[in-house]
Design a protein around this ligand. Sequence first.
Ligand SMILES: [Zn+2]
Length: 79
Amino acid sequence: MSKKPTPKKRASHAQTYRRYKTFARKTQKRLFNAASLSVCPKCREKRLSHAACPACGDYRGRSVINFSKKIDKITKVKA
Ligand SMILES: [Zn+2]
């Protein structure tokens, strides 16, 4: 025996279509928008929410990543 009762009346096209569209939209969102990106208010670059901006190093109005320090390329390898 099925757990759900038999529907009394046939669902209208709008009801069926709405249900299908909701399912499709949710599935699409889950598949293509797994990482939700937000826009950095300082440089308008896309960044992960609740994380520092990789382009300007800004997080919640203050700079957290110092880009002034330049890392030299590794030319010698200590043996
Ligand atoms: Zn930024």
